[in-house]
Design a protein around this ligand. Structure first.
Ligand code: SAJ
Length: 425
């Protein structure tokens, strides 16, 4: 095979797909038999690829396996295994270690090995390299080693593997050049970092930047409410600045498997130097406070209508971590639901992507008729702005709406029916 991709999830599979489309013969390696069998029978287990995409890969010679010896029959290996948060707050590198060790058993001279899993600066040089050198081969001379951060944005139809610039950093200049040439076969724009640490850090900078700026507007949302400032309007005004401003929006919290997680890898590594990475700790604290704030806003809205949160029927709209996808990882919906239920609210939920949903071990009744659910709920809390939740529909049918994603702002002129209290977070 021209390429072995280790880890066939939302990162590895799109990479394998794009390389296949470019004519590379790709073999996928995964430790989960169900994933391997599914792919070999032509089904996709990730939202961003269809069965047809998998069939197309097979036409280019793609096959999946659990047998690590395939590593000995290829010139390039990309490791895309998960690095979840460990108990100590850093990346759990056990999957990376397992992948590196299985590579070391079969590694042949001249092979290019690239790590894509998100981790702290220094991981490739200090952690992965020694594991690979158990093969008896020396990194940088007998085989080549690089890091390249994944930039998959789940559900993003505009940007995929081929048209998202790819940063690569090599253990040596030559490793970096070989990695750049490899990606250049199927990625339009490849950017060479100075080394593996710069490439590792670029990813953490990207996501920490997002995390901290979301926390900034979240903290602003809380005091703007009391100042009588429409923060959403202020953001729209600030966004007219044609340079130097990127809009972020307040929300019920920050979900996903990257933004709330990746900055921890940096603060974890910085802490080993003996001091905290204060921006990340503050951002984490503010973002984690948002579900409580949502509950307080819900209470206020109901009280303004003479109702109490306890015994009120509250409809939650959208429980995934972001619009348009089914992924619930780190979604703030569950913490919000726990706090509302804790105040005695009777919850129902609606989400086109989620068929059943439990909170505190109890199933939350699922609304299927959206208009009817909006009309019968004392309060509707919109948590994820799925396309189905059109501003007009909400404005016409919701009695009371806490709109944590500013959907109602998308109404022409932003006007809403005065009878119904609709409030952004
Ligand atoms: N969010 C806000 N306000 C904002 C933007 C996002 O509250 O202004 C929330 C979202 O609702 C979501 C969370 O933050 O719960 C993360 O949002 P996200 O748009 O960053 O979504 P991810 O984590 O799926 O994708 C991100 C990528 N997103 C974009 O660049 C738009 C990117 O940071 C990485 O490529 C990817 O994570 C990754 O894999 O690191």
């Amino acid at each position: 095979a021209d390429l072995v991709v280790i880890g066939l999830g939302y990162v590895g599979l799109p990479l394998a797909h794009e390389a296949s489309r470019a004519g590379l013969k790709v073999t996928g390696l995964d430790v989960t038999p169900a994933v391997v069998d599914g792919l070999n029978s032509g089904t996709s287990h990730i939202d961003d690829l269809t069965g047809a995409d998998i069939a197309q890969m097979h036409d280019s010679g793609f096959r999946a396996t659990t047998d690590p010896s395939v590593v000995g029959e290829t010139e390039s290996i990309v490791i895309c295994v998960p690095t979840p948060l460990s108990a100590e707050g850093g990346p759990d590198l056990s999957a990376v270690a397992a992948a590196a060790e299985s590579v070391a058993e079969h590694l042949r001279p001249g092979t290019l090995v690239i790590l894509e899993s998100t981790t702290y600066p220094g991981t490739t040089d200090e952690f992965v390299r020694p594991l690979l050198e158990k093969s008896g081969l020396t990194a940088g001379t007998d085989f080549h080693l690089a890091f390249s951060p994944e930039r998959i944005d789940p559900g993003n139809a505009a940007f995929g593997v081929a048209n998202t610039p790819k940063v690569v950093g090599g253990l040596t200049e030559r490793c970096g050049a070989l990695a750049a040439t490899f990606y250049g076969k199927f990625v339009h724009n490849v950017v060479q970092a100075r080394g593996t640490r710069e490439a590792e850090m670029a990813k953490l900078l990207e996501n920490t930047y997002r995390h901290v700026n979301i926390a900034l507007v979240n903290e602003m949302a809380i005091f703007c409410q009391e100042l009588g400032v429409d923060l959403w309007d202020a953001i729209a005004c600030a966004a007219t600045k044609p340079f130097g401003f990127q809009a972020f929006y307040p929300g019920p919290g920050v979900g996903g498997h990257c933004i709330p997680i990746d900055p921890n890898y940096l603060s974890y590594k910085v802490k080993t130097l003996g001091y905290p990475f204060r921006f990340v700790e503050l951002a984490q604290e503010i973002n984690a406070r948002m579900p409580t704030y949502v509950m307080q806003r819900a209470q206020e809205l109901l009280n303004e209508s003479g109702l109490a949160l306890s015994r009120s029927n509250v409809l939650l709209l959208g429980v995934t971590y972001k619009a348009g996808i089914a992924d619930q990882r780190e979604s703030p919906a569950r913490p919000v639901a726990r706090k509302l239920a804790g105040k005695g609210a009777k919850l129902t939920y609606h989400d086109p992507y989620v068929a059943d949903w439990e909170v505190n071990g109890q199933n939350v009744p699922r609304a299927t008729d959206l208009e009817q659910a909006l009309a019968s709920a004392d309060l509707t809390v919109l948590l994820t702005d799925h396309p189905a939740y059109e501003a007009k529909l909400l404005s016409e049918h919701a009695k009371l709406l806490l709109d944590t994603r500013g959907v109602l702002r998308r109404l022409e002129g932003g006007e809403t029916d005065a009878r119904r209290t609709t409030s952004p977070i």
